[in-house]
Design a protein around this ligand. Structure first.
Ligand code: RIB
Length: 280
C-alpha cells in the first residue's frame, strides 16, 4: 500500500531524454506504474548536475512515492537525502558501488567485453573506443570490458577517443576527425548507438570510408533505429523497457516490503546483436 498524503506519482530523472534508450526506459516504467494507477513525472538533466539537483528538490516537494534515476554525476549523498526524506530511490542503468540503493542495469563491463570480442572475432585488431566523459559510470565500465578483450588478444590495440557527450553530434564530430587521419582504426566500438549513428553519418557524408569493409562499427543499447541506419548497426542490446518496468517493480517492493528478501541489484546480461556494420 502506498503512503497516504503522497502524490500518486513516481519521478524519473534521465541524463538525455532525446536518447531513445531512456525514452524506452520511461515507457517500461510508465507501463508498470499505470498498473498501480501511478503517474510518471519525467525530468531531463541533460547530464547537468545542477539541473539534476533541481529535479531532486522538485520531486521531494511533489512528495512523489519514489524516485528512479540514471545519475549523470556522482550524487550518492544527495540521493541518500532523498531516501532519508522517505522517498525510496532506484538507480536505472547502472549501480553506484558502495550505495544502498536498489538498481536495475546491464553488466556494462561484460557488454564492453562482448562488443570488442566480436570485433576481434571478425579479424579486426586496430580498434578505437569512441565514448563520452569517463566520469559517466556506464561509459567507464564499457571501456573496462573493451580493454580486457584487447589485452587478451596478441596484436590487438585500443585507442580511446573521449567526446564531451554521448550524442549523434559528438559521434559525427569524432567521425570527421577519424576520416581526416591517415592511420585509421580498423574497427570502432561506440559507447552508445547515438555516437555510432553520428559516426556513420560522418563516414557516409564526408568520406569514402566504407562500413564494415574499411571500418567495422558496433554501438550499444540496440535502440529501434539501430537496424534502420544507412548500414544496419550491430549493437549490444539493453532491454530498456524491461529495465524501466523492473525499476518500478523494485520501487514498489521497497515501499511495500522494505525488509523483504528480494534481489536489490538486478543485472541483466548484455546481448550481442550482429548486423551489417560488423559483417565479416
Ligand atoms: O547515457 C548514455 C548511455 O548510458 C545510454 O545510451 C545508455 O547506454 C546508458 O546506459
Amino acid at each position: 500500500q502506498l503512503r497516504a498524503g503522497r502524490s500518486r506519482s513516481i519521478g524519473l530523472v534521465v541524463p538525455d531524454a532525446g536518447n531513445p534508450f531512456f525514452a524506452d526506459v520511461a515507457r517500461g516504467a510508465e507501463e508498470r506504474a499505470e498498473e498501480e494507477r501511478l503517474s510518471l513525472l519525467l525530468g531531463n538533466s541533460d547530464e547537468d548536475p545542477s539541473r539534476e539537483d533541481r529535479y531532486l528538490d522538485l520531486f521531494r516537494e511533489q512528495r512523489v512515492n519514489g524516485l528512479l534515476i540514471s545519475p549523470a554525476s556522482d550524487l550518492i549523498d544527495k540521493l541518500e537525502r532523498v531516501q532519508s526524506a522517505g522517498i525510496p530511490v532506484v538507480l536505472v542503468d547502472h549501480e553506484l558501488p558502495g550505495s544502498t540503493f536498489c538498481s536495475v542495469s546491464v553488466d556494462d563491463v561484460e557488454g564492453g567485453y562482448v562488443a570488442v570480442r566480436h570485433l576481434i572475432d571478425i579479424g579486426r585488431r586496430r580498434i578505437a573506443f569512441v565514448g563520452g566523459p569517463s566520469s559517466t559510470v556506464q561509459v567507464a565500465n564499457r571501456l573496462r570490458g573493451a580493454r580486457r578483450a584487447v589485452e587478451e588478444t596478441p596484436g590487438a590495440s585500443l585507442e580511446v577517443i573521449e567526446m564531451p557527450g554521448l550524442t549523434v553530434l559528438n559521434g559525427r564530430t569524432a567521425g570527421e576527425q577519424i576520416v581526416e587521419r591517415t592511420a585509421r582504426p580498423e574497427a570502432i566500438f561506440a559507447a552508445n548507438d547515438l555516437l555510432a549513428v553520428g559516426l556513420l553519418q560522418a563516414f557516409s557524408m564526408f568520406s569514402t570510408v566504407r562500413v564494415p569493409e574499411d571500418i567495422a562499427l558496433i554501438g550499444y543499447d540496440d535502440i529501434d533505429f539501430a537496424s534502420a541506419t544507412v548500414v544496419p548497426l550491430s549493437s549490444i542490446r539493453q532491454p530498456a523497457r524491461l529495465i524501466g518496468h523492473t525499476a518500478v517493480d523494485l520501487l514498489l517492493r521497497s515501499i511495500d516490503d522494505p525488509d523483504g528478501d528480494y534481489e536489490r541489484n538486478v543485472r541483466f546480461r548484455p546481448e550481442l546483436v550482429v548486423r551489417a556494420s560488423t559483417a565479416s
